[in-house]
Design a protein. Structure first.
Length: 346
């Protein structure tokens, strides 16, 4: 089992295998609009993290699905990362997960049952840590391995935190450092050492449970998690949904040190370039910014951190919530301001 490298079966890994944002937008624009009942509080309109459906005056159902190809070779670690990433969308809405269904696609002729079982065991381990069951799922025989979850949660309708609810003057707080995609690229090239791999796992398997606490704090207006489109891409979704611009201090953005070093050596993912091609026209970097810094802000994150837009008077409480839940690198990175839906890094 240990001789099988899962990443050899996939053309891209983790959230880096997402369809690029520009192409995704074109595809969705061609799809007919479905029913939009009044109970649907959050749907397709702002590319939010999960759908939200009001059940009654005190409960709304949060529903999401997320799966991807292997980002690491170890099957148990792949299952852990994929499950953590999927549950993040529930937390990003301020919700509490209640149940999950497994989505499994495996090349049955190439992977033995014990390897596939370890993938499922990793996902189940994370769901146990989140306090929820995996109550079913679906599996198919596929050329590339994929694993993920349909995740369901609950939230009070008054505490739903969309990515479109930012306000002018809000402060932006990022919960995890950037660079997971670059570490995955280094892993594929065989240059990521044991310490770097441990650092990658530390971030990608940390559940964003802090979202439940953040959802109850006064002054927290918008939340999202930073995943396949990178920090710039997901912040642009907040800007466009909220009708605001953003100013971000590049020096204040937390970054994984090893990832920054790899980026300076030219070890990057193809997805970061596709991301930048899709939205770079709406992002301004400082004139003296290096190429590797552009890569870092467009680097696809797998199981990335929560990005919070909150009132200035709520910043201390937001940071305290992050730190109390173990997110030591959480930091203020910028502000939202009136203006065009663009990002200016300073």
């Amino acid at each position: 089992m240990t001789s099988i490298a899962l990443t050899q079966f996939s053309h891209g890994g983790g959230c880096g295998c997402k369809i690029a944002p520009g192409l995704l937008g074109e595809i969705l624009s061609r799809a007919p609009q479905g029913l939009v009942p009044p109970e649907l509080m959050v749907g397709l309109e702002t590319s939010d993290d999960a759908a939200v459906y009001r059940l009654n005056e005190t409960q709304a159902l949060v529903a999401t699905t997320d799966f991807f190809t292997p980002i690491v070779d170890d099957p148990r670690d792949f299952g852990r990362i994929a499950a953590t990433n999927a549950l993040s969308d529930i937390y990003a809405m301020g919700g509490t997960p209640i149940m999950a269904l497994a989505l499994v696609g495996m090349p049955i002729a190439k992977l033995p049952p014990e390897v596939i079982g370890q993938v499922l065991a990793g996902g189940a381990e994370v769901c146990r840590a989140a306090g929820i069951p995996i109550a079913g799922g679906h599996s198919i025989d596929l050329l590339e391995p994929i694993y993920g979850l349909v995740a369901l949660g609950l939230v009070h309708p008054d505490r739903v935190h969309r990515n479109a609810d930012g306000r002018a003057g809000d402060v932006l707080v990022l919960g995890k450092p950037l660079g997971v995609g670059i570490l995955s690229a280094a892993l594929k090239k065989g240059v990521l050492d044991a310490a770097g791999y441990a650092e990658m796992l530390r971030h990608t398997t940390r559940l964003n449970t802090v979202g439940m606490a953040l959802g109850t704090l006064p002054g927290v207006h918008a939340m999202t998690d930073v995943t396949g489109f990178g920090l710039a891409g997901h912040l642009l979704e907040i800007c466009r949904g909220s009708g605001l611009g953003a100013h971000v201090a590049l020096a204040d953005v937390p970054m994984i040190g090893a990832a920054a070093a790899f980026a300076q050596q030219g070890i990057v993912t193809g997805a970061s370039g596709r991301n930048w091609a899709a939205y770079g026209a709406s992002v301004t970097l400082p004139a003296d910014a290096a190429a590797w810094q552009q890569v870092m802000v467009s680097d696809p994150q797998t199981s990335g951190g929560l990005l919070v837009s909150c009132a200035p008077e709520a910043v201390d409480a937001v940071l305290a919530a992050f730190h109390a839940d173990g997110f030591a690198e959480a930091a203020v990175v910028g502000t939202l301001q009136a203006g065009a839906a663009e990002i200016t890094f300073v």
